[in-house]
Design a protein. Sequence first.
Lengths: 116, 146
Amino acid sequence: MNRRSHAVSSTPVRHDDPGLQPERTLLAWRRTLLTLIGVCILFLRWIPPFGWVALLPVILSLLAGILIQIGLNARYRKSARGMTQERIPPPLREVAVLGCTVMVLSLVGIVAVVSG
Amino acid sequence: MNFPEPGNVIPPGTPPASAPVTPPERDRLSASLLGGGCEPDPRFTLANERTFLAWIRTALAFLAGGIAVEAFTSDVFSPGLRRAVALSLLVLALLVSASACVRWLKVERAMRQRKPLPLPVLVPILSLGGALVAAGLIVFLIYGAS
């Protein structure tokens, strides 16, 4: 069995897309999660001026990152299977979780800066 | 260069191994949000997903910029200016992430109904916002430092 595909999922999903779209999408999710973790670490710098309240956005972004990471393998398998079936369910839940997380993080930042 | 996962890719031309065309049932929330229409090409769905992720990364970059300005520039900027720059970056992050979600949904709907894709509202917001922040900083560097 291919070792690399074993790392992605327990049973390799075969698809015939020469453009490797499911793989590219998986990597795009990974890049985004990496950026989210970077932002999460930057929020640690707010602990000295704002106090331990600054841990709230850190915990929030970590939780969202873990949640998305858990669902990512299933999403990859769904999209790889969808390439052969010619239909992919739209990733409504993932988009909602990630979008709301980033919006809430920006709102927390705005409130913190405005209230000083 | 070979494909990164040669074992995973069926060479083009071979018929798909499994062909059960029973559509996966969608729950009521996504059905009401996406509306009717027929399923788009799966490549388009994935491309829309990647575009959304690229916008979200842009928003995260603005967010990181805002956090960094607030945390690290107390020696460089006066408190008022620091607050203004951080605030405008954070507001840009909020706008970009919100409209990324809206645009993802709009594009998904348009693709299902075979309609033309909506115009990106995000692009003028982003370029105008970035230009305003940059112009504010230039004015500060010329007049504010003296």
